[in-house]
Design a protein around this ligand. Structure first.
Ligand code: HEC
Ligand code: HEC
Ligand code: HEC
Ligand code: HEC
Ligand code: HEC
Ligand code: HEC
Length: 500
């Protein structure tokens, strides 16, 4: 068999050449990007390039190099069938081969170390808020913006969406990989739908930081509203919300978090994706195994259909579904601006005008900014000339503040606002607790899930039309307009977040 060792190396071919060039360029890029990343470049794309995209090129370059050799070997074999190309022989007695082998060994060693570091950085990086919130900038813009304004702004996305342990890491990265693909292919839904199907059970994530035994007995909360009248009349409600707390061992098991004590299991069946229409509820005491089933009086489901359908077991996010991505309704957002003094309360009808401008429908954010400016400016310059002349600066500030609010709470490009993502805490703008607590979910024995205004809170004080009432009759909420029996009405019929 003729010796081929004097013939040009198998690596001398176009494919291997391209592979080598790709690998070298990638290597240079990786070094540059890693230095940029370590020296604190604050661009979310640096990480994804340095630890995912360019290394992929590097590996394909190396692969191409070897594929080229294989192809070349085949080609030579075809041309001269009896000349078998030999792979390079490793004779360590030959000095230059020895040197090459040492360089090769060191090179591989460093390559492995660098890849390990790279993978670790990649792992860290795909868990960062930057990666989650900014890489898919347009898509996650609403979630990221709302998160930045929320009480959990300092809790990483993965704190709630992934949690500790390898199992959920892999599961969430698998669904994440699909999300990256759907973004690239522009297949993503707008808005991103909630509830999130593969969210880790919240008891495993939220309870790293909050646990039922630690909850308070009750929480004093003050709600401040401003009326839609000329004076923007302030109305204040001071309320003791019976959050509940203690541990079953300590004997204190009452209040709102009662749903969450381990011995209680509440399962329900909803007929819509967002779990707003609840058809059937069952509460079971895990210790005594006593159970009560409640069915919505207007439910069209038969008992057989209910028995066959998959149920959901209630956990934290059945109430706290908006702990961080909170899309504040316009009515509440403007109340907050006025309360904080960012919008001047002495401007007549400012609450009404601001909410109207904010809640109108716009196609894009620039449209919204223009629309808000035009709507408020036109109103004061034509309908309130005296105010326009004397308080021009306050009107200009109000316009800016409303524009600010729209950028933080409404995202027309993704079709996201308060209407697409209801908040289940309370019952004022969204049905929330009244999904079950509506006096309409009835058991066979005629018991209902109660809507009694006292089970969840007591009103300690109220301010109506400037008169502060510290003694509220029976600690019951006094509605500004007489509605008769409050238990018979549904707040969301009138309070929608838009102007009254
Ligand atoms: C305090 C916990 C928490 C943190 C921190 C958090 N999320 Fe969420 N996220 C949730 C919950 C709860 C839901 C809603 C689940 C549901 O309704 O099923 C959600 C829903 C979402 C959705 C679906 C759309 C929606 O608005 O419901 C996206 C997208 C999302 N989160 C992205 C992020 C990103 C990006 C970050 C970090 C910038 C982040 N989340 C941080 C708890 C959190
Ligand atoms: C990594 C820790 C951490 C995790 C995980 C976490 N939280 Fe929190 N949460 C906090 C901190 C810290 C605060 C207090 C923020 C403050 O006082 O402004 C808070 C505040 C809250 C509040 C009170 C909000 C308010 O308006 O004052 C609620 C409700 C809450 N968390 C619910 C949840 C739920 C539900 C989850 C799971 C989806 C969750 N948290 C996951 C750390 C966490
Ligand atoms: C039945 C609905 C419901 C469930 C289920 C629920 N919560 Fe709450 N939680 C509330 C309400 C209502 C409040 C009062 C907050 C308010 O009015 O803004 C509250 C308050 C809180 C607060 C702030 C309490 C304080 O005293 O400062 C935290 C933290 C919290 N919940 C965490 C959790 C966690 C963690 C879980 C799951 C183990 C959970 N909640 C399950 C309804 C619920
Ligand atoms: C999925 C249905 C469902 C939802 C949603 C729901 N609850 Fe309940 N809740 C129940 C059931 C069932 C009971 C037990 C009623 C009974 O038989 O006494 C209950 C009982 C209670 C109790 C009385 C606990 C005790 O001390 O006996 C309070 C307080 C309460 N809920 C508050 C709330 C609040 C606040 C919300 C909204 C944030 C809410 N619930 C949402 C189903 C629900
Ligand atoms: C199942 C529990 C539950 C029942 C029953 C209930 N509420 Fe509430 N309510 C809440 C919770 C929780 C909040 C606090 C929401 C929040 O923190 O945003 C609230 C808030 C309120 C507020 C303040 C709303 C705001 O944003 O200013 C009023 C007023 C109120 N409730 C009146 C009533 C009246 C009147 C009834 C009787 C028909 C009633 N509630 C029955 C749970 C309940
Ligand atoms: C039939 C319509 C209607 C229903 C139903 C209704 N409200 Fe109202 N509500 C009003 C009107 C009108 C005002 C006065 C608005 C104004 O003049 O600024 C008001 C004012 C309020 C205010 C004072 C804050 C504000 O925005 O001015 C609170 C708080 C309130 N309602 C709570 C509730 C609660 C809680 C429920 C459900 C138990 C409820 N309302 C049901 C019509 C309604």
């Amino acid at each position: 068999m003729p010796d081929s060792s004097n013939r040009p190396s198998l690596a001398r071919n176009v494919i291997s050449g391209i592979g080598l060039i790709v690998a070298l360029i990638s290597l240079a890029n990786i070094i540059f990007l890693v230095v940029a990343d370590l020296t604190g470049a604050h661009n979310p794309y640096v990480g994804i390039l340095a630890y995912a995209v360019v290394p992929a090129f590097l590996v394909s370059g190396i692969a191409l190099f070897f594929i080229g050799m294989l192809v070349e070997r085949r080609r030579r074999h075809k041309v001269a069938p009896d000349e078998i190309e030999r792979y390079p022989s490793l004779d360590l007695n030959v000095p230059h081969v020895r040197r090459l082998a040492i360089v090769w060994a060191f090179g591989s060693f460093f390559f492995i170390i660098i890849s390990l570091l790279g993978s670790y950085r990649m792992y860290e990086y795909t868990d960062s808020d930057q990666f989650c919130g900014l890489v898919c900038h347009k898509v996650m813009h609403p979630e990221y913006t709302a998160y930045k304004q929320s009480p959990h702004a300092r809790v990483g996305c993965v704190g709630c969406h992934v949690g500790a342990g390898a199992g959920w890491y892999v599961r969430s990265k698998m669904s994440g990989a699909y999300q990256v693909y759907s973004v690239l292919a522009r297949k993503y839904p707008q808005p991103i739908p909630s509830p999130v199907e593969n969210l880790r059970p919240s008891r495993e994530t939220c309870e790293q930081c909050h646990w039922p035994e630690k909850f308070f007995g009750a929480q004093l909360k003050v709600f401040t509203h401003f009326g839609y009248d000329e004076q923007n009349t302030p109305r204040e409600i001071r309320m003791l919300i019976k959050t509940g707390g203690g541990s079953p061992q300590g004997g204190l098991v009452a209040g709102i978090h009662w749903h969450m004590f381990n011995m209680n299991e509440i399962q329900y069946l909803a007929s819509d994706r967002q779990r707003q229409k609840i058809e059937w509820v069952r509460m079971r005491n895990r210790r005594t195994n006593q159970a009560t089933e409640y069915k919505a009086q207007d439910s069209k489901l038969t008992d057989a259909q209910i028995a066959a359908a998959p149920k959901r077991t209630m956990d934290c996010i059945d109430c706290h579904n908006r702990p961080t991505h909170i899309y504040v309704p316009p009515d509440r957002a403007i109340d907050r601006e006025i309360l904080a003094g960012r919008i001047d309360r002495t401007l007549p009808f400012i609450k009404q005008q601001a909410v109207e401008a904010l809640s109108a429908d716009y196609k894009t954010t620039p449209d919204a900014l223009n629309g808000i400016d035009k709507s408020i400016r036109t109103y004061y310059s034509t309908k309130q000339p005296a105010v326009w002349n004397s308080k021009r600066a306050a009107v200009e500030t109000a316009i800016k503040m409303v524009q600010n609010v729209t950028q933080n709470t409404r995202f027309p490009e993704m079709n996201v606002d308060w209407r697409t993502h209801p908040d289940n805490i309370g019952h004022f703008y969204f049905i929330g607790c009244f999904r079950c607590h509506d006096d309409q979910h009835t058991s066979k024995a005629g018991k209902t899930i109660p809507k009694d205004c006292h089970i969840c809170h007591d009103v300690l004080g109220e301010q109506q039309a400037g008169n502060i009432m510290f003694e509220v009759p029976k600690n019951e909420f006094q509605h500004p307009v007489d509605l008769g029996d409050m238990r018979a009405v549904s707040c969301t019929d009138c309070h929608t977040g838009k102007p009254m």
